[in-house]
Design a protein around this ligand. Structure first.
Ligand SMILES: [Zn+2]
Length: 255
């Protein structure tokens, strides 16, 4: 279970579990295999990225996330259930100017054929390019100028996916037990486990993950970001690196 509480200005995104509070920032990430995990003093909170993306996409800079259990719920594999829950309650304007993080210069990072570049900009914009040697996927790209409307409509509904070959054994066990695929799209060579919500839903989901991971920089980064084939490991390393290249000063929007 997860409960989202309001938080004071400048508190940032805080995860709370068993009395332990962990700031949702890149330096607290302890693992990036199959999702982004933060932790401190032995406590672990797994798969925070879809909630981080929802908060960032809706322009929420301060919140306390109370988590029971070690993992955030997978829900339908997208950020949409979080977005709907947050919008149904509404947000509060904290009457304090939001501080915008600005890059001092372009920054890039590459590793094993994956690549991320951030260039200073007047608005947060994200682009993701995906390439799989796979008959159903091939190359896809997705772009989002980050506004509440664009994020909620174009990116939040995109669900996570898994290649059948990666988890073939688990899938047959799961199906044998009468399970279904409610929280991920399974991609076979010639079909998917459910109808796609967008033709390029997979690229859009990778973009969603990128937004959630880059949000770990700890604020609203005014940059144009292009990622090619990156995953959580590179995204989080990039967010860590960005913190050394930003000037936190100018404040002009209400938070
Ligand atoms: Zn994801």
């Amino acid at each position: 279970m997860v409960v989202l509480h309001p938080a004071q200005a400048d508190s940032g995104i805080i995860f709370a579990r068993n009395g332990e509070r962990v700031q949702g920032i890149a330096e607290n990430v302890v693992e990036t295999a199959r999702g982004t995990t933060i932790g401190q003093n032995g406590s672990r909170i797994r798969t925070i990225e879809h909630l981080m993306a929802a908060l960032h996409g809706l322009g929420i800079d301060n919140a306390c996330i109370e988590v029971q259990g070690s993992e955030l719920p997978a829900l339908d594999g997208s950020s949409m259930p979080y977005v709907e829950a947050i919008l149904s309650i509404g947000t509060v304007d904290l009457k304090k100017p939001r501080s915008l993080l600005r890059l001092k210069e372009p920054v890039y990072l590459r590793s094993n054929g994956s690549f991320i570049l951030a260039v200073p900009s007047n608005q947060p914009k994200f682009t993701y390019v995906l390439r799989y040697e796979h008959p159903l996927i091939g190359s896809q790209s997705a772009t989002c100028v980050l506004t509440e409307t664009n994020f909620s409509r174009d990116i939040a509904p995109a669900r996570t996916f898994v290649m059948y070959e990666e988890i073939a054994g688990l899938i047959s066990q799961h199906l044998a037990k009468g399970g279904s695929f409610d929280n991920a799209i399974v991609v076979w060579q010639d079909r998917t486990s459910s109808d796609l919500r967008f033709p390029d839903e997979l690229a859009r989901h990778k973009l969603l993950d990128l937004i959630g991971d880059v949000a770990l920089v700890g604020g609203r980064l005014m940059a144009d970001i292009l990622a090619v084939k990156s995953g959580h490991a590179l995204n989080v390393e990039f967010a860590r690196m960005l913190t050394e290249h930003i000037s936190d000063g100018e404040s002009k929007e209400a938070a």
